[in-house]
Design a protein around this ligand. Structure first.
Ligand code: NAP
Length: 321
């Protein structure tokens, strides 16, 4: 049954000697994952855009777990320069990376553009994480076996209704906040943005395997409908919806963290060779839409993102694989 827990916090193995970057881990599901992985002796980089919130999370995690190897590094996914600076700072300090948990996200926010002129949800949920992953891929390959987890959403189902054209993804005309969210997370969802996470995970897996790189395990997940700050734009004008969503409808942050904790830490990922998959609560394979299944969509998104990055960041040499 869907509510059967195939993975629990108590199943997280000892992570001594491992280093993880968790984006957006100053609050919500990301902070829960950071705390529970730190409790199992993982060294954690809290990658977050606000220094105040990030440092506060570091203090909380250290005090809750006793693990002192928890560090804040600034990362703003709405700025490609910030992503590059974060990756450079990490690589100057560390020579290995075991787990990259691409967790940060925004949902259904009003139309806006990033510092680089990219629509907010596409910039945060897909392009920023794509660029971050490309900057860190060589160190992840060198550290193998390593993991990349891209947090998607069931909202990718919106892609069954409508999908923005890639060339028009940052345009204000025709912008629909909900459809855009689903699209960005689409790796396996209907929404274009949620779909992007699924398509990216599958294409990255395919490209790694085609180069004979078999020790980087890339997967993505829908965490569940989880009580967190994510719904801030949806409920901003509606306290009844806020109450229903966060108090009655949504699962706890702890339960919402289980599926990505499974993909990030369970020894089963390697023993069962789980790669390029989409998992749903609680830690079981999920079904994803035809849009997210399409190899062409995955390749198109990859090439579009590569070209966009080369345009916005002239020093970008292109994907290392
Ligand atoms: N909650 C759900 O029901 C649900 C369902 C499906 C998928 N998800 C996905 O799960 C992930 C975690 O969501 P959550 O529920 O924990 O939401 P949350 O409580 O709103 O946390 C989101 C995190 O992302 C960070 N973030 C947003 N924009 C950023 C940027 N430009 N640069 C760096 N960090 C940024 C936020 O930082 P600030 O605190 O500074 O804003 C926050 O730390 C997201 O990818 C979301 O799409 C959640």
């Amino acid at each position: 049954m869907w509510w059967t827990k195939h993975f629990q916090i108590s199943n997280i193995p000892d992570l001594s000697g491992k280093i993880a970057i968790i984006t957006g881990s100053n609050t919500g599901i990301g902070k829960l994952c950071a705390t529970e992985m730190a409790r199992k002796n993982c060294e954690i980089i809290v990658a977050s855009r606000s220094e105040d919130k990030g440092q506060a999370a570091v203090t909380d995690i250290k005090s809750a777990t006793g693990n002192q190897k928890v560090e804040y590094m600034k990362l703003d996914l709405m700025s490609l320069k910030s992503v590059k600076a974060f990756a450079d700072q990490f690589k100057s300090k560390y020579d290995k990376l075991d787990i990259l948990l691409n967790n940060a996200g925004v949902m259904s926010c009003p139309y806006g553009l990033s510092e680089d002129g990219i629509e907010t949800q596409f910039a945060t949920n897909h392009v920023g994480h794509y660029y971050l992953t490309m900057q860190l891929l060589p160190i992840l390959i060198k550290s193998g076996p390593s993991r990349i987890v891209n947090v998607s959403s069931m909202a990718h189902w919106s892609t069954t209704v409508s999908v923005p054209k890639l060339e028009q993804v940052s345009q204000k005309k025709g912008y629909n906040a909900t459809i855009q969210y689903g699209f960005t997370k689409v790796p396996f969802t209907i929404s274009i943005f949620e779909a992007c996470n699924i398509l990216f995970s599958r294409e990255l897996t395919k490209r790694l395997e085609s180069k004979g790189i078999n020790n980087v395990y890339v997967n993505c997940n829908h965490p569940g409908i989880v009580s967190s700050e994510l719904s801030r734009h949806v409920v901003a004008q509606n306290t009844l919806l806020d109450s229903l969503y966060n108090n009655h409808f949504a699962i706890s942050t702890e339960n919402g963290s289980l599926t990505q904790l499974y993909l990030a830490t369970s020894p089963e990922i390697e023993s069962k060779n789980i790669k390029g998959q989409y998992y749903v609560p609680y830690a079981r394979p999920g079904w994803f839409t035809p849009y997210a299944r399409s190899e062409k969509n995955a390749t198109d998104l990859w090439e579009f993102t590569e070209n966009l990055l080369k345009e916005k960041m002239p020093d970008y040499q292109g994907s290392p694989i």
